[in-house]
Design a protein around this ligand. Sequence first.
Ligand code: ASP
Length: 364
Amino acid sequence: MFNRRQWMLGSAALAAQAQPGPRNIVVSSSNGLRCCTRAMEFLKKGEDTLTAAIAGVNINEEDPEDSSVGYGGLPNEEGVVELDASVMHGPTRRAGSVASLRNIKYPSKVARLVMEETDHIMLVGEGALKFAKAYGFPEENLLTEKSRLAWLVWKRSNRDSGGHNNWTDGLDGPSKAKPAAWLRDQFPHASEETLAWAWDMARNPPTGTINCLTLNAKGEMSGTTTTSGLAWKIPGRVGDSPIVGAGLYVDQDVGAAGSTGRGEENIRVAGAHTIVENMRHGMAPKEAALDCLKRIARNYGGDQERLAKFDIHFYALRKDGVYAGASLWSGRVRQGQVTRAKFTVNDGGKSRLEDCEFLLERKS
Ligand code: ASP
């Protein structure tokens, strides 16, 4: 006979299933489809959550087509790629980061080594490079032909009030070639699409980054954020990505958060830490991230004209597997249409893009 105690135990088990709970899950920025798939493969094999996150973002770090991260990332104003990255490991509550690191393809791996092999948390510039070399990382030129093209176009696009630029063929030059003809001459193998992209990058200096947050079925969490930062930045400029508490924060008891987009705004609100603290005090990931975006809007007194000049995205993953992506703006305007802001999720099957929650609606 099915007695009352068995019935109660049965209903308790059903209720537990209905609740969200720790499970393998990976959350990332919109450029993280392949990253999430690889990180999930690692989680399924029982690998550590940080190992999984780093293995995921390494795909973007080595991808010459991702112009916002690692190899092929858009350089600083001198044409040098400078990388920032951070890692946090929930189970051991440790963190590591590197900033303004040159010539090393995998800054997320170097950040992990700072965490594991030093008594420090953050190494920058020359010191970070020497440290990476001490651990056997090869120095490589991270500038691809494509990113060099975009940089040269940007250099040539800066004009004084008389339309002059020292990086053009000069007053006494034999020809006054049209910019498009000059480009074709300099980069004969570049496609029309690549040339158009370079113009766009010069006129609208992009940000771009990958953040990856992981949770496993044991409830362990980790995260990493890695970037080449803002294109054409002043050498030495450090964004939010390597700042623990801004570009990334993980608290094993609560959850994790990360960010992509204009780092300067994020640093001012310590975004990832703010979101994790919001979750600690009971907000759902969505509310926690939107609250953080409100703080950013508040820094401009809500002035939408100034806010319209940038965007920023947050990703939040709570320890029980509930997650959200949220952006300041509903999306970007592309050819007169608003393209909805997205983020990536993998909860065991195929990686998929989901719509970000947003604070402000972009009109086309
Ligand atoms: N947050 C990065 C930075 O400011 C760039 C980005 O994510 O777009 O360096």
